[in-house]
Design a protein around this ligand. Structure first.
Ligand SMILES: NC(=O)c1ccc[n+]([C@@H]2O[C@H](COP(=O)([O-])OP(=O)(O)OC[C@H]3O[C@@H](n4cnc5c(N)ncnc54)[C@H](OP(=O)(O)O)[C@@H]3O)[C@@H](O)[C@H]2O)c1
Length: 503
């Protein structure tokens, strides 16, 4: 039964921390979670709330869904690059989780942004006399030549520790969980390839950790005051090469893949192909794959003394991630974090004036609005676009070649949708149940585009309407619109016919 649109309720019986060997600390005051719109932060907030903590969630953009997702949390808007906003966010805070990361700015821009953000945070935390910061960073031996990403994670820890506020640093390698970027990269490589070429660096070792164990450590250190001001390596049960990780996943998926060693080891080239074959965009794959040249293994096991639980093996973590996907219970995904100054963030209603071009296709229907809306909400991802799927896939493929997001991002969930979720190369801008779904294009375009679905009752007739909005100022942009127009006519007409048929 598809239940669209709604927020996927967080099921407390599935809490990762139910078997944590520590207890709620009632003396702790307000807990601030930064990076709450991200993959880790989004999973940490409900766990803290569930344990009874007073949580303040820091985000750069507020979406109406947040108050349904975290009903008892206080929500504050702040940008770590603007120290004044941080001061307000940190007012009266006891402990702050630092989960801010700007990876999606891409290899050239994220480093400085992350260092500046950490410096501001440390200063504001000190001013506001925050008792403790808890930071989740990356594993990697700082004495070796680390990838720029891992180096940056270590530098952020140093930045935070400059101040007087004690910092607990947790250092993790690859995090495996439904919706994590690393898991989706590995999974899609195995799914889409019959032969995988293994360069020398794929035989480096890594200690992957399940997302549930990461959350347990994050909550656990909060509840053990002795961990304040200390750094800990956290990892799963296994130390594996990247080749072994791919092989285990192939085995679990029962997919026959031939692994062939190759002397060709250009890491940038691999990152480019990985971004073509997986839903994760180039800005992220480039940084993550560059990190594979480093061995990322826990150097010490001190954390076990304070939090003596048995972390999951890689195999167990993968099986859990696969089963969450099967059950359609992916609570957060790498695509959730969304840079608000992102050039494609402009909303349709924020355009100055009307979009340059608009075309509308409509069909009359007798069907119930709720059934039509449910069908509309099923578009994209594995369901495809109901008609001429190959054309949608071709458009996604072209986008990927130009390092755009492509259509392989799919969807976080097949049974629920919320504002800001991605659907292939679109992002949901607005949902009005049984009335309207507005999608904003994130593929590479010489302009800005939106796709709007409406169900309207007009003088006795019910109509299903799809409208393509497009705004451009350039000559190339205009040429693109007119070139695509015949295709739009074909695609959108058939799309609404199919939606109506399925309703
Ligand atoms: N995910 C992994 O596999 C993994 C593995 C090892 C370690 N870690 C560490 O875990 C931490 C969290 O990672 P993640 O995967 O959750 O990252 P993520 O999904 O990319 O989320 C990053 C968060 O940072 C926020 N942010 C970025 N710049 C900001 C700014 N200037 N001001 C305020 N907020 C800002 C983003 O908010 P917007 O939505 O507004 O952009 C988003 O909420 C990072 O330190 C990372 O190194 C993660």
């Amino acid at each position: 039964m598809i239940d669209i649109p709604s927020i996927q309720p967080w099921d407390t019986s599935e809490s990762f921390c139910n078997d944590l060997p520590t207890q709620f600390q009632p003396q702790l005051g307000k807990i601030l979670v930064t990076g709450a719109s991200g993959y880790i932060g989004g999973r940490l907030v409900p766990e803290l709330l569930n344990r009874g903590y007073k949580v303040r969630v820091m985000v750069r953009t507020v979406f109406p869904e947040y108050s349904s997702l975290w009903p008892s949390a206080e929500i504050v808007v702040a940008d770590a690059l603007k120290i004044d906003t941080l001061r307000a966010a940190l007012e009266g805070v006891d402990t702050a989780y630092y989960l801010i990361h700007s990876l999606r700015l891409g290899p050239k821009k994220f480093e400085q942004a992350d260092i500046d953000a950490a410096g501001n945070f440390r200063r504001a935390a000190e001013e506001k006399q925050v008792k403790r910061i808890i930071y989740l960073g990356g594993l990697g031996d700082i004495r070796s030549s680390l990838s720029s990403h891992l180096q940056n994670r270590a530098e952020v820890a140093v930045q935070l520790k400059y101040g007087k506020t004690p910092v607990t640093v947790l250092r993790a390698a690859i995090i495996v969980g439904s919706g994590s970027a690393s898991y989706e990269i590995i999974q899609h490589l195995v799914k889409s390839l019959r032969i995988i070429f293994i360069p020398r660096w794929a035989r480096n070792r890594c200690q992957p950790i399940a997302v549930r164990d990461v959350i347990k450590y994050l909550v656990g250190v909060l509840e053990v005051p002795e961990t304040s001001g200390r750094s800990f390596d956290i990892g799963g049960k296994d130390v594996l090469t990247y080749e072994e990780m791919l092989k285990i996943l192939a085995q679990l998926r029962q997919k026959k893949v031939l692994f062939v060693f190759t002397p060709l080891s250009n890491i940038r080239l691999y990152a480019y192909f990985a971004s073509l074959l997986t839903p994760v965009p180039d800005a992220i794959t480039a940084c993550l794959i560059e990190g594979l040249k480093n061995e990322v293994i826990c150097q010490d096991t001190a954390i076990r003394k304070f939090l003596p639980f048995e972390p999951l093996s890689y195999r167990e973590a993968i099986v859990r991630a696969m089963s969450r996907e099967e059950q359609d219970k992916v609570y957060t995904r790498w695509s959730d974090a969304y840079y608000p100054a992102y050039e494609l963030m402009l909303k349709l209603h924020e355009l100055k004036g009307k979009p340059a071009y608009t075309t509308t296709y409509a069909i009359a229907t007798q069907k119930d609005a709720s059934r039509i809306f449910k069908s509309i909400c099923e578009i994209g991802g594995r369901e495809g676009w109901f008609h001429s799927n190959w054309l949608w896939r071709l458009r996604g493929g072209i986008d990927r070649l130009f390092l755009g997001v492509g259509s392989a991002r799919g969807r976080r969930s097949y049974s629920t949708l919320k504002v800001n979720d991605v659907i292939d190369f679109w992002r949901i801008e607005s949902i009005e149940e049984n009335k309207r779904l507005l999608l904003r294009a994130e593929m590479r375009l010489p302009g800005r585009a939106w796709l709007e679905f409406n169900i309207r009752q007009e003088s006795g007739d019910k109509n299903l309407i799809v409208t393509a909005h497009y705004d451009t100022k350039s000559f190339f942009g205009r040429a693109y619109w007119y070139l695509c127009l015949p295709l739009h006519h074909f695609i959108f007409h058939n799309l609404i016919k199919e939606i109506e048929k399925r309703s």
